[in-house]
Design a protein around this ligand. Structure first.
Ligand code: CA
Length: 738
């Protein structure tokens, strides 16, 4: 654009309302935009009343410009009819400087509408959707576009309250170059809603978006994208999801839940995302040119294949640690003649020219059980490259796979092959990293095996917007200042009130008395060798955004009130964000003024991403050290994703060391998991119905190298899935064996 034109554009938005000027767009080279210039106006909007007034007279080619600033509680109803070549645009005055906060939302209905440059944050939608391509009374948007828009942490306060951030209705809409990060509450981040009255052939395009961190939800409903629902899944949507970047999208087992036919998933990059692109319902989908990079993170998966006529080709997978439904490739068993919301058998799947490098698992006939009894048929697995380390077999075959034809696959040697078929040749393969960042065989004879040489993964800087940082790393313990806190009455309370996120509070030897419940609403780290005593029923209350790390401190419950159910650390009920607690080299004692005095008691509707106990001592406790069992509705919810207890000593703990509960049959989540290693447990779990470890529905359990003496049993109850349980090299004295 010429500098004269540029200054005209700048001038236009400084003029009063209804100044009529040629429309300027950020993409002047676009012929569509040039055409709009001929008859459109640029209308600068300062407040909600002006916007509503303008919407009654807006014409094709017009460009409504929202003035920079924070717009609170703005329900943007963008209902209008543009024309091909003359769309009606709603834009930020400066991209990224128009903030929609509080209870704001956006609805589009009509056709040829464009929205660009907005940021949603510091609030949550007053409806069920932040951005919806629909209006009122069944009106929808067609041939419309939302681009360069950000939704950042725009969450309902309770994680169990559901909404969608983006809902595509209508047809032929585009959602591109947007940045969506930090959804923590129930409900898919983006959904394609298909309704017969608008035609089920939607043809939406979802491309070049940045899908940033979505932490584990701890229940179903944590998908990043869902296309359709099971009811209409046997018809085609024609949606294209391409060149998007998914980073740490860990919401649940399905990163993408495809529930319709005729869709294309192409050229997307998945980085350290726990879960899989899941072809849950619908036939005839194409999954090609995608790149999955797990970097060894637990539960990182690839593609899960279900239903008929699916094509999986030229996908690259490296460092995926997921197993079972989150395998690099999982081909499921189906339910013969099952209802539409169950698993249709795999028929006519083509899985070809994929590279699977250093992955943990490929599962065939996955999920086989009494109900899922139909193995894949009429399917092909060809020219795939499978490179692993140390001779470990990554194929796992759970039922008859005679219905899969293997041809031209190459695998590095394994000690005990799970598949004895001629279509897999095993020999060493040397790999070299190509300029595109992917590993390829050095041997030119293998050029037809695995992914194409010219696969070009979409770069992080080419998705989303350039004006909003993608690396908003969470604030960690110790990233802030170090504040010295002298011993005394109330000194710790005063220091915590002043501390910022990431600060370290350094305690000195001596006694710290606390007469109030200390609210922890940011990551805080208490270090040092002071002793803390407290007079309220709790010492710490972890609230929204809070996390707590204690290193080297002694906590004595002797001054706590003589009442049942005290806890050193308690969480608020119903937190949106996951929290973390770490207890290192610390001592907890004298928690015995009354019954059921716990160390950590999690509230309902909360999820700890990580709880770590290391090198700590727990003695004379009437409650449970870690009480993580508030989710008792058996809906598949739970209180902690990962619990690690190592090198610690527990003695005279009436309520037991740990109660970790995950009920229900839902298969959408990975956790909880427990590592319990190198501990001494003495006279723990001695109360009525109080095992030393109570593990209900825990999905991964490792209990090794511990010594249990005169303690309650280790109770393990399986409820769902295929839990991985290792209990070995422990000593049980005066303690029932598990
Ligand atoms: Ca799901």
């Amino acid at each position: 654009m010429s500098s004269a034109l540029l200054s005209l554009c700048r001038l236009s938005i400084a003029l009063p309302l209804l100044a009529v000027l040629p429309a300027c767009t950020s993409q002047m080279a676009d012929p569509m935009a040039l055409s709009a210039m001929k008859h459109g106006r640029v209308l600068l909007v300062h407040d909600q009343a002006q916007f509503q007034a303008l919407m009654t007279s807006v014409r094709p080619g017009d460009r409504l410009v929202l003035a920079d600033g924070v717009w609170r509680d703005f329900r943007v109803d963008f209902f209008a009819e543009g024309q091909e070549g003359a769309p009606i645009t709603l834009a930020a005055q400066t991209p990224g400087k128009v903030i929609l906060s509080g209870r704001s939302s956006l609805r589009l209905a009509g056709s040829h509408l464009v929205v660009t440059g907005l940021v949603f944050r510091d609030g949550y939608t007053p409806t069920g959707e932040v951005i919806a391509f629909r209006g009122e009374k069944g009106a929808v948007a067609t041939q419309s576009r939302v681009t360069e828009t950000v939704i950042d942490g725009y969450n309902r306060p309770s994680r169990q309250e559901s909404d969608h951030w983006v809902a595509l209705y209508g047809s032929d809409n585009r959602f591109d170059h947007n940045h969506l990060v930090g959804k923590t509450n129930q409900g898919a981040t983006l959904v394609v809603v298909r309704e017969p009255r608008y035609g089920l052939d939607n043809r939406h395009r979802i491309d070049h978006n940045y899908f940033g961190t979505r932490p584990s939800l701890g229940s179903n409903g944590g998908e990043t994208i869902r296309v359709g629902t099971s009811h209409q899944s046997r018809s085609n949507s024609g949606t294209v999801v391409e060149y998007n970047y998914f980073e740490r999208c860990d919401g649940e087992v399905e990163i993408i839940s495809n529930k319709s036919g005729g869709n294309i998933y192409r050229g997307n990059v998945f980085v350290e995302s726990a879960g899989a692109l899941t072809l849950r319902h619908g036939n005839g989908n194409l999954v090609e040119d995608n790149v999955f990079l797990g970097n060894g993170k637990p539960h990182t998966g690839g593609i899960r294949v279900i239903n008929r006529d699916q094509t999986i080709r030229n996908n690259y997978m490296e460092g995926l640690a997921g197993r079972s439904f989150a395998s690099a490739i999982a081909v499921l068993n189906g339910v013969p003649g099952g209802p539409i919301n169950r698993y249709d058998p795999v028929v006519n799947a083509s899985i070809t020219r994929n590279s699977i490098v250093n992955a943990a698992s490929i599962e065939l006939a996955a999920g086989a059980d009494q109900e899922r009894s139909a193995p894949p048929t009429n399917s092909r697995f060809t020219q795939n490259l499978i490179v692993g380390a140390e001779g470990a077999e990554i194929f796992r075959v759970l039922d008859d796979v005679a219905g899969i034809a293997f041809e031209g696959n190459v695998q590095t040697p394994v000690q005990k092959p799970a598949l004895a078929v001629p279509g897999i040749t095993r020999h060493p393969v040397e790999l070299a990293r190509a300029p595109n960042g992917l590993l390829y065989p050095v041997d030119p004879a293998l050029s037809g095996i695995g992914v194409r040489r010219d696969l070009q993964p979409v770069a992080k800087e080419d998705v989303g917007v350039s004006w909003y940082a993608k690396d908003a790393a969470p604030i960690g313990f110790g990233s802030g200042r170090t504040l010295e806190v002298p011993p005394g009455d109330g000194t710790l309370s005063a220091a915590i009130a002043k501390a910022d996120a990431g600060d370290v509070l350094l305690l000195r030897q001596g006694l710290y008395r606390v007469d109030e419940v200390l609210a922890v609403s940011k990551p805080l780290w208490l270090r040092g060798d002071g002793e803390i005593r407290f007079t309220r029923p709790s010492l710490f209350r972890v609230e929204e955004g809070g996390s707590l790390r204690l290193t080297g401190v002694t906590i004595n419950g002797a001054d706590a009130p003589d009442a049942t159910g005290n806890a050193v650390i308690r969480t608020a009920d119903g937190m949106g964000r996951n929290y973390e607690v770490r207890l290192e080299n610390s001592v907890f004692t004298g928690l015995d003024v009354n019954k059921a005095f716990h160390v950590l008691a999690a509230g309902k509707g909360t999820l700890a991403g990580f709880i770590q106990v290391d090198g700590s001592t727990f003695t004379n406790i009437t409650g449970t050290v870690l009480k993580l069992d508030a989710e008792t509705d058996d809906l598949g919810l739970y209180n902690a994703e990962s619990v690690e207890i190592t090198r610690s000593s527990f003695s005279d703990v009436t309520g037991g060391v740990l109660s970790l509960y995950r009920g229900g049959k839902d298969e959408s989540t990975f956790g909880p998991r427990l590592d319990f290693t190198g501990n001494r447990v003495t006279r723990a779990g001695t109360g009525q119905q109080a095992p030393s470890l109570r593990l209900h529905g825990v999905q991964a359990i490792r209990i090794t190298g511990n010594r249990f003496t005169d303690s309650g049993m280790v109770s393990v109850v399986r409820t769902v899935g295929e839990p991985v349980i290792t209990i070995q090299d422990n000593e049980f004295t005066g303690t029932p064996k598990p």
